[in-house]
Ligand binder design. Sequence first.
Ligand code: PXP
Length: 237
Amino acid sequence: MLLGINIDHVATLRNARGENDPDVIDAAKICISAGANGITAHLREDRRHIKDNDVYSLKNDLKCRLNLEMAATDEMQKIALDLLPNACCIVPERRQEVTTEGGLDVYSNIEYMKNFVKPLLNSNIEVSLFITPDTEQIKAAAEIGVQFVELHTGAYSRAFGSVDEQTEFNRLKNAAELGQNLGLKINAGHGLNYNNVHRMHEIKVINELNIGHSIISKAIFIGLDNAVNEMLKLVRL
Ligand code: PXP
């Protein structure tokens, strides 16, 4: 399994003081030299963490594999077509949320999503739709023409260690297998940490995990390169 590291919360910490410490690009460099397969950054509409300059520096200075998370808006589409990241993960966005709480409702917006992703695909950007592991959303995603879905692992992560863990895990596994049967490549992420990530190996069809908060949190105690290395050991078992 591949590991993409979401560095949004390095930017959260930086923005707390409004200057350039810690430097997002330096953090990304450490992640890549520790062996991560790529960097994920979410350019939110309110720019609460990652800023426009960050994504341009990640693309142009670092030249690592860049996965741009973004909402399905005209503003973001324009930026993506100018930036040309390796991949775009389309996510829902609500200003009041603390983090990306749900998945995209592809099922109710099939025509909009088809038109939205077309220019991105035509520019050779890989496109992924962030969805909850629901049958109707997977089937809808398979109609859009994108290569990837990213399955929202938040419910599994929250349920880990509780009586609901197996139910949430089964939902993820069934959705992943259905997606693969429908021709989609499967990524997953959100809420994964050092305790709960190991079960992702039971879902053989997963291509890549995108993990952020737990790695950046651990980095405070053991350093970013060690935190990435520890996660890589679990992801690349
Ligand atoms: N994947 C997507 C689509 C996300 O929106 C996020 C959170 O920004 C992540 C993965 C990473 O989640 P976490 O920070 O909980 O590891």
